[in-house]
Each structure stands twice: as C-alpha cells, then as structure tokens.
Design a protein around this ligand. Structure first.
Ligand code: HEM
Ligand SMILES: Nc1cccc2nccn12
Length: 290
C-alpha cells in the first residue's frame, strides 16, 4: 500500500496555525474536563491511536486515511473514551472542513503536546481521507497486560527502536487511566496536564506494588497513589529499556528531543512525502501573546 501526501498549494502555515489556535483556545477554555485535567491528554491519545494501527509489513493502517472517523475503528475497545476527543474536534472540523481527518487528528495531538509545555513537534500536512473500506481491523493497538518482549515486538511493527519506544511511552506523564475505559484506575493523586519527564522519575523513585484491581487486571500501585501499567513497568525490568529510562529521568532535554522526533515519526508512519512537501513548527498561544 502506498499513501502519498497531497500537496495543497492554497493552504499555508497561517491556515494551519489558525486551526492550531482554535484547538489551543478550546483546550484553555474547556479546562474543567476530566476533573480539571482538560482535553490535552485525550487529544494526544487520539493522535497516537489513529497512528498506532500502522503495520510496517504491508504499510497498512496509520494516520493517513483518517479512518478513526468510521465506526469499525472508533468502536475498537482499545479506543474506549476517545469519543470525547472526537466530539471536541467536531466543531473545529465543521469550521475548517478543508482539512482531512488525518491531518486534524494529528494536528490536535501536536497542539496538545506543545500547549502542555512539551517540545515542538514538526508537522506535515497532506493526509487524505480514505473510504470506510480502508479501515484497519480492530486489535492492532497494544494491550497493557504484557511485559518487555511484547512491548519491543509491538513497537517494532511501528518501526520504533528501544529509544523511540521508551520516549513515546513518556507521554504517560499526561492524563490518567479511567476504569470505565480500560479497566485500569488511577493515579489517585492529581493527574498531570503538563508535559514533563516525571513518568520516568516516578518509575525509578516510587515503590511499586503489583496489585490485582477490581476488574481482575494487574497494575502497579505506589503509596503516593500513582499507578503504572505492566507495559510501563516493563521499561525498568528490561536492561536496555532501563538504561534509557535513567537517561530521560536525569535529562529532560534529551527526553524532549527524542519524543519530538519519535512522535513525528509515529504520526507520519506509512506516508510518502514528495520532495518540497512543507513542514511546519507551530507557535504556542503564549509565543503569540494570545
Ligand atoms: C504499549 C504501549 C501503550 C499501552 C499499552 C498504553 C495503554 C494505555 C491505557 C490503558 C491508557 C488508559 C486509557 C483510559 O483508561 O482512559 C492510556 C492512556 C494514555 N496513553 Fe497510553 N499506552 C501505550 C502507549 C502510549 C503512547 C505511545 C502514547 C503517546 C505518544 C500514549 C498516550 C497516552 C495518553 C496521553 C493517555 C492519557 C489519556 C487520558 O488521560 O484520557 N500511550 N494508555
Ligand atoms: N497517566 C497515565 C496514563 C496511562 C498510563 C499511565 N501509566 C502511568 C501514568 N499513566
């Protein structure tokens, strides 16, 4: 399968910065969502899940076709709860319906990371809405009840190495698990809506206890009320992953650098960009004094 980015001559960075600003202002405005966590984390998860269906073996899935908009994909149990992110973006799509769904979902994720004071994520337009027939089957997104070998295998399908895999999982600094969505609960402490390296700091510094939660899933809990999934905890069980966790816990800049490149790669997996395809780095609202 080949997905070539469509170059749209009439749309420049200002057009996309206008959409970025709309999303960023809406995140700022609707701050009470999910116990005052806000919409940022779930927008990041939507961009990740719409990209995480990619399979390098036949270059299928991924963000290009915007197929999350179809029932088959949005009703995948792995996508429980993401309807809230799609609903958040609906009015923005109505106002700017020249943008493709794939570009909107990924732009929303880039906006959410940057407005949470995370790194700048370079972003390229050109995804094209594909028909419902192109929707990938359920089951391509990861299952949290697994260890390091599973994690390494899963990320290999997305063309990610150990360093990229650890960096990407660092996005679990944002938001929280929701019992009704995934059968995991916590953290009970205030969940964060700031993008930092604290996921790695917590992994290394907290005492973790493996517990079976009320839905029969296993998760690691800490005295401070934090939690880790088994796939999170795997990052300190595996020697290669552990080395990278330590680096990112001690050097937030190196985490930011690796996250920016890995996240762009994740959001662009499966897309061929022609020579001269534009790449944008959006300004935050703060940088525009908005
Ligand atoms: C092995 C890989 C991964 C597994 C098994 C996993 C699993 C999960 C689970 C079970 C939740 C809780 C969902 C809920 O209950 O609402 C969650 C939340 C989240 N995940 Fe992951 N995840 C993985 C990788 C990633 C990656 C690569 C990113 C982004 C780069 C990411 C970003 C997020 C965010 C931002 C949330 C919070 C969403 C919210 O607060 O509503 N995750 N993840
Ligand atoms: N916030 C959050 C979301 C998903 C997984 C996770 N593990 C630790 C924290 N965390």
């Amino acid at each position: 399968i080949v997905h070539i980015a469509a170059l749209n001559k009439d749309r420049k960075i200002d057009d996309y910065q206008r959409i970025y600003n709309k999303i960023a202002e809406k995140i700022r405005e609707e701050d009470e969502y999910d116990g005052y966590i806000g919409y940022g984390p779930i927008l990041v998860r939507l961009g990740w899940h719409s990209s995480g269906t990619y399979d390098k073996t036949n270059n299928s899935g991924g963000s290009y076709g915007g197929t999350y908009r179809f029932k088959l994909e949005s009703s995948d149990p792995s996508n429980n709860g993401l309807q809230n992110a799609a609903k958040f973006l609906d009015p923005i799509y109505k106002e700017f319906n020249w943008i493709s769904h794939g570009d909107l979902y990924t732009l929303g994720a880039v906006c959410a990371v940057q407005e949470a004071q995370g790194p700048k994520i370079p972003w390229r337009p050109g995804r094209v809405d594909l028909p419902e027939t192109e929707t990938p089957a359920n089951g391509r997104l990861p299952d949290a009840n697994n260890g390091a070998d599973y994690v390494r295998n899963f990320y290999a399908r997305l063309r990610m190495n150990d360093r990229e895999a650890v960096a990407l999982t660092g996005a679990h600094c944002l938001g929280r698990t929701h019992y009704k969505n995934s059968g995991f609960d916590g953290p009970w402490g205030a969940a964060s809506n700031s993008f930092t390296n604290e996921f790695f700091v917590n992994l290394l510094n907290e005492q973790w206890k493996l517990e079976k939660n009320k839905s029969g899933n296993y998760q690691y809990d800490s005295p401070k009320g934090y939690m880790m999934l088994k796939t999170d905890y795997a990052l300190i069980q595996d020697p290669s992953y552990l080395k990278i966790v330590k680096e990112f816990a001690n050097d937030e800049a190196s985490f930011f650098k690796e996250f920016a490149s890995s996240f762009q790669k994740l959001l662009e997996n499966g897309i061929d960009y022609p020579k001269g395809a534009p790449q944008y780095i959006f300004k935050t609202l703060d940088e525009q004094d908005i």
